[in-house]
Design a protein around this ligand. Structure first.
Ligand SMILES: Cc1cc2nc3c(=O)[nH]c(=O)nc-3n(C[C@H](O)[C@H](O)[C@H](O)COP(=O)(O)OP(=O)(O)OC[C@H]3O[C@@H](n4cnc5c(N)ncnc54)[C@H](O)[C@@H]3O)c2cc1C
Length: 312
């Protein structure tokens, strides 16, 4: 059987790959970066686990899928500026990516992008950025809308046109580790739309004993802003005492998709999907839901949709 190509190795692409594997459908996953995870990236330093992308999630999400991944005990509590009941992953959100990828046996191609999609002699074709061409039995696009727009210009021009000018907000993720007592709790920022949310934790899995970790989302244009200056400004605003013992700053220019916040988003996505040829499925944060669990479910659903297409 010709295989299914999954474009994108973030949470959605990996969830789709797991489901294809469960259905015994051969697949190939192509990811332009050298690492898997997309907008999820975590690192452990000096006893702190710092997330550079997605960090905290609603406790009330449907976390049943964690059981399959042996991550049922992976969530730790986080205190939130907006009093939401949030959790984070004890080993950073990357532990979810690693668990999703762990048992995958399909082919993975890194550091190569798909530039366009088409059909030839009744087969799907994919053009790679190095000029090579693949064919495929079906395609799962798990790449953000801003990239999908270009890919689909030939295969589904109406679909591509609707993705044009898909909007995003920037997010700068800032993590600051403090000695307990140095950071006021709760940290109070002067009201400022530049810092729409922040949360903190002293969970022993995320910080060394006697410390606390503050994680913020900052909205600002990345150009020209030096990470050190940003850290100093936040430190000044919360009136912290000692210096942070650790800090991490990650700029994401196209981070927060805007359409999912608009009314009728689900209906609009369904209409969009109706513009795609059978055998092409969408998965990803730009098309399905705002919660992490919704994105995992959407990846799985895309694989099931392709499974049904291949059977038919
Ligand atoms: C800074 C930031 C903070 C966030 N914080 C939170 C949070 O606290 N809570 C929460 O619930 N959500 C948060 N999110 C959202 C969450 O991280 C994402 O919704 C989720 O990780 C998206 O996964 P995805 O697989 O759909 O997309 P992505 O993670 O964007 O993955 C898509 C992948 O496709 C690859 N790709 C793109 N184009 C091509 C191509 N042409 N060929 C091959 N590969 C390609 C990309 O390199 C990428 O790896 C945050 C997002 C960001 C950016």
């Amino acid at each position: 059987m010709r295989d299914v190509v999954i474009i994108g190795g973030g949470l959605s692409g990996l969830s789709a790959a797991r489901e294809l594997q469960r259905l015994n459908i051969p697949y190939r996953l192509i990811e332009v970066k050298k690492r898997l995870g997309g907008s999820i990236t975590s690192a452990s330093t000096d006893g702190f686990v710092l997330d550079g992308g997605a960090f905290s999630f609603q406790r009330g999400d449907d976390w049943a899928f964690l059981d399959e991944l042996n991550l049922q005990h992976a969530l730790v509590p986080v205190v939130d500026s907006h009093h939401r009941d949030l959790v984070a992953f004890s080993g950073g959100t990357q532990m979810l990516v690693d668990a999703l990828a762990k048992d995958l046996t399909g082919t993975f191609i890194h550091r190569m992008a798909i530039s366009s999609l088409g059909t030839l002699d009744g087969k799907f074709t994919l053009c790679l950025e190095n000029g090579l061409m693949w064919d495929a039995a079906a395609i799962i696009v798990a790449a953000p809308a801003r990239h999908a727009e270009r890919m689909f210009r030939t295969l589904a021009p109406d679909f591509s046109y609707r993705l044009l000018n898909y909007g995003y907000d920037t997010i700068t993720r800032v993590s600051l580790g403090y000695k307990q007592g140095d950071m006021p709790i709760p940290p109070m920022f002067p009201w400022d739309v530049a810092i729409p949310f922040y949360s903190w934790t002293d969970s022993p899995q995320r910080v060394p004993p006697g410390h606390v970790l503050l994680n913020l989302g900052v909205r600002m244009l990345p150009k020209g802003v030096k990470p050190d200056a940003l850290v100093q400004e936040i430190h000044r605003q919360i009136k912290a005492q000692g210096k942070p013992v650790i800090s991490r700053v990650d700029f994401w220019e196209d981070a927060d998709p805007l359409p999912p916040h608009l009314p009728n988003f689900t209906e609009k996505t369904t209409a969009l999907e109706g513009l795609l040829p059978a055998g092409v499925a969408l998965a990803g944060s730009d098309y399905h839901g705002l919660s992490l669990a919704a994105r995992v479910a959407a990846g799985k659903r895309a694989a099931q949709q392709i499974g049904a297409y291949l059977k038919s």
